[in-house]
Write a protein that binds this ligand. Structure first.
Ligand SMILES: [Zn+2]
Length: 260
């Protein structure tokens, strides 16, 4: 069976590259060291993907047009689905902002102000005593399971903070929403907090590669930049971009690298 498929959209032409400036084994050692030294690669699970690219760029000794295909072969197929793993791994490195609740189910308790003390129903004297130190009483909040969430956007980072309310405090939620409207409208596009590690370690037309991996032909990078190195960390100076570690990887060619 011929599994070769053509890519969508029109493929980018591979670029001819200058030869590596170091012996391949030495270059691989350098990349590996830098990847392991970058704590973001461990947190995100991107380390394996980056190491596969480092291998393809150095000791694999393949033409530039075969780098993605070679990285794909190194990563192999998913043991259960049998699909090549490279696309989901690149998609997981898509530069993006993950807002609270976008990746996990939001659980929260209503933070509307409490006017009367919280006393558990049918409680024993001991339970009543314990309720005095309950945060519903110490913080004077409603504390009921929340189903309404009002987003507050940070004026500097655009990051979201959720304020949660129960259905009984819908009016309070609307009041806070109204109060935040102006600040939220003026907030910048959120600083990304996920992905962007491939562009931080290797040079390529990553927009094309991310579009290919996510099958999103219109995807564009965040305005803060495509590389995680470009994003400001609140309260910290951004890390310097070490240009010497960047080397060009061409975008996928007309042959799907998913099928090495
Ligand atoms: Zn409430």
């Amino acid at each position: 069976m011929n599994t070769t498929r053509h890519l969508e959209p029109a493929p980018a032409a591979p670029t001819t590259l200058p030869g590596p400036q170091r012996p391949p084994a030495e270059a691989l050692a350098m990349y590996t060291q830098k990847i392991y030294a970058d704590p973001r690669t461990e947190r995100s699970g991107a380390r394996e993907l980056l190491l596969a690219f480092a291998y393809a760029l150095t000791v694999a000794d393949v033409p530039a047009s075969a780098i993605i295909k070679t990285a794909s072969k190194a990563l192999g197929r998913h043991p259960k689905t049998g699909r090549w793993r490279i696309k989901p791994l690149i998609a997981a490195d898509l530069p993006r902002y993950a807002a609270p609740g976008s990746e996990t189910y939001i659980t929260g308790r209503c933070k509307a102000p409490r006017h009367r003390p919280y006393v558990p129903r049918d409680a024993s004297a001991q339970q009543r005593h314990r309720a005095q130190s309950d945060d519903r009483n110490t913080e004077r909040v409603c504390g009921t399971s929340a189903t309404l969430h009002v987003t507050e956007r940070d004026p500097a980072t655009g990051w979201h903070t959720l304020h949660s309310y129960c259905t009984r405090h819908r009016a309070e939620a609307q009041r806070v929403e109204h109060q935040l409207a102006q600040q939220n409208a003026a907030a910048p596009e959120p600083v990304p907090n996920r992905g962007g590690l491939l562009p931080a370690h290797f040079k390529a037309d990553w927009q094309q590669v991310y579009r290919w991996a996510t099958a999103s032909p219109r995807w564009t990078p965040p305005s803060w930049g495509i590389s995680a190195d470009e994003w400001p960390t609140p309260g910290q100076t951004p890390p310097p971009i070490a240009r010497q570690r960047l080397r060009l990887i061409p975008a996928p060619t007309s042959v799907d690298p998913d099928t090495p």
